[in-house]
Design a protein. Sequence first.
Length: 468
Amino acid sequence: MNVEQIYTGCLAQGAYYIESNGEVAIIDPLREVKPYLNRAKLDDAKIKYIFETHFHADFVSGHVTLAKETGAPIVFGPNANPTFDAVIATDGQEFKLGDVTIVALHTPGHTMESTTYLLRDKDGKDHAIFSGDTLFLGDVGRPDLAQKMGVLTEKDLAGFLYDSLREKIMPLADDVTVYPAHGAGSACGKNMMKETVDTLGNQKQMNYALRADMTKDEFIAEVIDGLLPPPQYFPLNVKMNKEGYEDIDEVLKRGTQELSPEAFEAAANETGAVVLDVRHQDSFAKGHIPRSIFIGLDGSFAPWVGALIADVKQPLLLVTEPGREEEAVTRLSRVGFDNTLGYLKGGFEAWKKAAMEYDVVSSITAETFKKELEGGNQAVFDVRKESEYLSEHVLDANNTPLDFLNDHLAEFPEKPFFVHCAGGYRSMIAASILKSRGIHNLIDVQGGFKAIQEAGIKVSEFVCPSTL
């Protein structure tokens, strides 16, 4: 038996490859399926099952394409209602895979079809659970993403989750390995550990949601406390996962079309496409196409695209570093953004050589920022999350979290103001959004809060984030 976690940091997502005696099961695959096909080929094995823990909201799974490529059935748990052919497992149903067995444990709560898959070895011993969004490391799945199912409320779903954990998962042995669908950074939970694999015994000791003496009412209150509104693209991804989607090869073919600067500009004007610049933030600051939006590939790219652009059908045109065009289109497709129309051939340098208009972002070092503050300029906007801001922030700074920047547009003054985040990535995204809306009097603080602290700028007293 071989179990491999295939973890994608940008999405904080774990897919799984399980092989036994020449037969393979894939759990929660990503949109691009070639890595799974190649891995099975390397083992001279056949993909027999494609298991889905639930209808994912934060990414588009590769289940439909993988089933088409391999002929393997897609397996969902009870209550699932996809529009394509799939096996809807019953609670406790067993699936033989070589010398091992995978058991479907219906664990509703995050969603009503949520299912945990229990892996038993050749001797029938419980070995691991693939818990999807039911159980994370340090947390559990949020119960507010599926409440549009009839009359169910998030409290109802939290109650189902409480029962699922205590009736299906907590009775399992402490040495069972927990393989969750997500880790720290995912919007599907609020308090996940940075680790991506753990034992169930350790989770019983340290995961607040698995306290043995916890009542259902206490659980419901703690699970729903502090939940932020989910990103707008979540229900659109659920729809794609339920109903199917365009083949990834077609998406790549369309999205990697080369466009000259003139053709690129014409396409933007004719289609209303968003120009998405995915280069490094420093490159964007030095020069970019006017009104383009920056979301760099070398950060949490796909989740920020989903959160800020929101509409998966929005036409996109890409500005990339040469050679990273296919990567950008692929990563967009992971969160359902399939309508990329092409990219700027030759990158931004080609745009400049064509004498096309371009813009820049004013930026200063933290040391210069310190001098500005000492001179009495206090218009500072911190675009980190509220919890980061409350933990520690520049004195008198305003908190305008990037996730909700559009709600704060009226707060930005007409005089010059400073913008910063933790390290410079999010503040450049914010700068691009503000400039696209005609707000140009901003100054980005290079290196963000980390550089600010190193420069010795006065900040509020530290409060441990776990106490907020």
